[in-house]
Design a protein around this ligand. Sequence first.
Ligand code: 5AD
Ligand code: SF4
Length: 457
Amino acid sequence: MSKSVYVKTYGCQMNVYDSQRMQDVLAPLGYAPTDSAENADLVILNTCHIREKAVEKVYSELGRYRDLKVERAALGHEMKIAVAGCVGQAEGEEITRRMKSVDLVFGPQTYHRLPELLKQNETSGKAVIETEFSVADKFVGLAQEQVRHPTSRSVTAFLTIQEGCDKFCTFCVVPYTRGAEFSRPVVQIVEEAKKLADQGVRELTLLGQNVNAYRGPAVNGTQSRLGTLINELSQISGIQRIRYMTSHPRDMSDDLIEAHGSNPKLMPYLHLPIQSGSNRVLKAMNRGHTTEYYMKIIERLRSACPNIALTSDFIVGFPGETDAEFDETLDIIRAVNYASAFSFKYSPRPGTPAAENRRQIPEDVKSERLARLQNLVGAQQSAFNQTCVGLTLPVLIEKPGRQEGQMIGRSPYLQSVHLDIQSDALAQIVSAKILAVGPNSLSGQYTPETQQGVASI
Ligand code: 5AD
Ligand code: SF4
């Protein structure tokens, strides 16, 4: 009998990847994905715990699904509710204690067992909680069937190559919810990438909480680092572009920096979070490096790949951060000159060391710092987009535009580019002269006669 599953995804790209894999795992049981909870037989909330009132948001969302479940039951339809992801991992039984309508709770490392968990729930009629850490088992489980047949509905795809984190930044919950670092074996990744390429994927984004800490077993018994893996993946003919995220400055190994210089499929756009520009704050965050070290890495990347553009994450209002220390963060932003950045107010995460710190920063100070930082980054982002005007950039065509005869693609710098071009250009990389910058995208002119190549920034 055919059933439907609605997966609501919060948080990072890895959750997006996980949600797709959940759908793949459920497909053999007859579950088809649907984009509304209203008629779904199974609703899965794939949750995120990284910032703000994540847990409370999940409970209020669950309240709404409980009401829907009651309404549906009155009409004779059963609806199951599952909580997945990092809130599921962190809260475990507490969820089913507070929300009796929840049928399943599982963490990021156990969703490959979904069919079994659903069955357990059916036979016992009781809520099932599964929050073991078995990341290696997960990928083996997935590799046996679903990851070999991943489904992708577009020309770009995420591919998880590494999970977990051993860094223990003092603000971060990830090492507790995702567990220790684990790297998938090279063959598994290559096989998944080939399948995606066969389905028409042209651009891969390799995912990991600490993706450049990748150390996966290779066939010859050695350990492969990320640069080597990227070079191997770029041998797959369908794969035209490769990106990776999120990286840690301490793991920018030589082979990776070299790959930025020598591998044309590796996009010249790197997300390399520094979080703060103050050495004292970096130390208190347990980041394990200084601003000088970070600047050195940027210098090496720029000399390997002169047109590389950079993005970062920043946290403002980390406990004890002074005005002068915050100013140092603005200084590093000026020194690097970013193409874009994500910035957040520090949010105490239960169980992390920084949450216990008594020098918490008042909310209004955090808001004021965030606004100043975002102004600066916004100006840099606009300036970066303006420098693209007049350049000819390779654009990977991803989807139709709003008007007939228009398509939307992406530049190497992840900017959306609107072009007048026929729909048969879908999934092709074409040259486009950038004409103008809009609020959220660029517009360009298709220039068939120009050689493809990444212009200099
Ligand atoms: N408060 C605010 N921001 C956080 N991040 C991680 N934990 C916290 C927290 N407790 C941010 C970091 C990280 C990004 C994914 O989220 O900047 O790089
Ligand atoms: Fe969190 Fe730090 Fe690990 Fe990134 S490196 S996931 S910020 S602990």
